[in-house]
Design a protein around this ligand. Structure first.
Ligand SMILES: Cc1cc2nc3c(=O)[nH]c(=O)nc-3n(C[C@H](O)[C@H](O)[C@H](O)COP(=O)(O)OP(=O)(O)OC[C@H]3O[C@@H](n4cnc5c(N)ncnc54)[C@H](O)[C@@H]3O)c2cc1C
Length: 274
């Protein structure tokens, strides 16, 4: 082994050194529906993200009000860690060094929602990721997709990546009729849009509909995400009553009524460990 290789090699079990989050600049920000804002971001490093990473999650770091891009870049490199939130790559165009992220506009209480509502060309944020794409192999006889607006990006990306002859059902909860989006789903997947005008009111609409579905025989794969209370009930149904395996069910809580993201992530870790 050369001197350089032996001194730079990681000890087994040592986590890789974290890469400094990249600084992304907003090139466009627009409402695509009344409660969803699409932000297009760019940076030279986005040329390196894998093509086909739509549906993967990423971390977004938010600057403080009035912070300069230079000061924020220094903070990304040296700390302290800025406010960080999780989002989904809706579209990736590495050849143009661009991504689109879709933010639910749920008011100014959440720093990410507030940032998206004010974002304009020239605004900036930090970025780490992308993580792995949620469903990469499609082999089911039947697919079940369920999402609220926070998970509409992962649901849409998954539906668009499915084989064109896929069969199944998609249930998407939206805040207003005008929040429907055009999704290029396979023709054999029935799209259902459910109106849930108050996302903070606990809802069992998805669970009731999923329980009432005429469940086919054969392999089922799912892509399900949204508010944690809804997800908890659906997870119990799919695993305990329907006997679906964890391998075939992507199901994840993306936010929780009354908790900020860090509290929600803490709750998920505690549940996973205990
Ligand atoms: C893997 C993953 C991928 C995700 N992808 C996306 C995505 O692409 N687009 C997206 O919009 N969200 C996405 N989310 C959800 C997003 O991370 C959370 O909604 C996050 O809490 C938003 O941060 P915030 O700063 O706006 O609000 P926070 O500061 O975290 O919360 C402030 C308040 O707003 C409430 N709140 C949080 N989210 C919502 C919501 N969606 N609707 C109504 N009230 C809410 C909280 O309960 C809390 O009371 C994803 C989450 C995960 C785990």
């Amino acid at each position: 082994m050369s001197q350089t290789a032996s001194t730079t090699a990681r000890k087994p079990g040592t986590p890789p050194k974290r890469r400094t989050p990249r600084l992304l600049t907003v090139i466009a920000a627009r409402h695509i529906t009344p409660n969803m804002i699409r932000i297009t971001l760019t940076a030279p490093e986005l040329g390196d993200i894998p093509a086909g990473c739509e549906g993967a999650h990423c971390k977004i770091m938010l600057p403080e009000d009035g912070q300069s891009a230079g000061a924020f870049a220094a903070q990304l490199a040296d700390g302290p860690r800025p406010v960080t939130r999780t989002y989904t790559i809706r579209h990736a165009r590495p050849e143009r060094q661009e991504i689109d992220l879709d933010f639910v506009a749920h008011g100014d209480e959440g720093p990410a929602s507030a940032w998206a509502r004010r974002a304009a060309p020239g605004s900036f944020c930090g970025f780490a990721g992308p993580g792995p794409v949620k469903l990469t192999e499609f082999y089911a006889d039947w697919y079940l997709v369920a999402a609220d607006m926070s998970a509409l990006p992962v649901a849409a990306a998954t539906l668009e990546a499915m084989p064109r002859d896929a069969k199944g059902v998609a249930l998407i909860e939206i805040t207003s009729e005008d929040d429907r989006q055009s999704v290029d789903a396979p023709p054999g997947v029935a799209m259902n849009w459910l109106l849930q005008p108050d996302p903070h009111a606990p809802s069992d609409a998805q669970e009731r509909l999923i329980r009432a579905l005429d469940w086919p025989s054969g392999t089922v794969q799912t892509c399900i995400a949204g508010e944690s209370g809804v997800i908890r009930a659906l997870r119990a149904f799919l695993h305990n009553e329907k006997g679906l395996s964890k391998k075939e069910t992507y199901i994840s809580g993306y936010w929780k009524i009354g908790l900020v993201e860090d509290e929600h992530q803490q709750m998920k870790r505690a549940e996973a460990n205990g």
